[in-house]
Design a protein around this ligand. Structure first.
Ligand code: OAD
Length: 245
């Protein structure tokens, strides 16, 4: 049986399905991934743009990079991968999406019960956490009227409410995601599966007996560990799976 057929059969019989998504899911929408050909971390330094130390050193440069990405993302629309996953969460109780993406395309596609592990590029929070670390606000304005933007409460610097390298994930999000690892089928879709703790969810699911699958255009660190690895553009694979179900 082909890996796609085997995955289809498993999905047909599954009540709990968890899909972990990464940048590859938004690639067909025109949003660059981080690693691999044309990836953002090939042309930009993660340590100079996506760490608290970088922001403390040079908030203007960090904000300019995020403003550029916000503008790029706002011009992109959800693709077939987002649409199929959204429909699954709307029509199949127990089918859930956990994303590492900060682009909000799963939200715009109408995904129910989405877990966003790395935050949203369209949310901001106070750099000094004047109202606590969890207080975020939404600002979709492109361009932002003030650069760098300010906290409306204390007037200090605002920062993107995304998780940077060296920062902890919100423990509530991680707990919710971990609670979705005891499932029938766990799919890693369009992620290089190298950034933890997100990448660890696949291994947790496998250890708990889930059938595991990977949908990716390339071979990743996870490929040899999964039960089914379907190579190809995830938007095509998900559309094909959706038809087969
Ligand atoms: P990566 O850029 O590391 O990986 C994207 C994956 O998608 C790669 O394995 C590609 O082969 C695959 N890919 C690209 N186009 C695809 C397509 N059309 N169909 C299927 N697969 C495709 O992105 P992530 O795994 O999401 O962190 O990266 C994880 C985290 O690292 C991100 O959330 C970000 C980054 O630094 C933060 O921002 C905190």
């Amino acid at each position: 049986m082909s890996q796609l057929n085997e995955l289809t059969t498993r999905l047909r019989n599954a009540s709990a399905v968890t899909v972990l998504t990464g940048a590859g899911v938004s690639a067909a929408s025109g949003i660059p991934t981080f690693r691999g050909a044309g990836g953002l971390w090939r042309n930009f330094s993660a340590t100079e743009l996506a760490t608290p130390e970088a922001f403390a050193r040079d908030p203007q440069t960090v904000w300019e990079w995020y403003a550029w990405r916000r503008e790029q993302i706002l011009g992109c629309d959800p693709n077939a991968a987002h649409r199929v996953l959204a429909r699954w969460t709307q029509t199949r109780p127990g089918w859930r999406v956990v994303t590492q993406n900060v682009d909000d395309l799963h939200v715009r596609a109408g995904t129910r019960g989405l877990v966003r592990l790395h935050g949203s590029i369209f949310e901001l929070r106070c750099w000094r956490s004047c109202r606590g670390e969890r207080f975020v606000w939404r600002d979709e304005r492109v361009p932002l009227p003030e650069m760098p933007p300010r906290c409306p409460d204390c007037g200090g610097l605002a920062r993107p409410a995304v998780v940077w390298f060296g920062e902890m994930l919100d423990p509530r999000d991680l707990e919710t995601a971990a609670a979705l690892t005891p499932c029938d089928v766990f799919i890693a879709a369009g992620t290089s599966a190298v950034v933890y703790p997100a990448a660890g969810l696949l291994h947790e699911a496998r250890a708990q007996g889930a059938f595991t699958a990977e949908l990716n255009t390339e071979v990743t660190d996870a490929t040899r560990d999964v039960d089914a690895a379907v190579q190809g553009p995830v938007e095509q694979t998900l559309a094909a799976l959706d038809k087969l179900l």
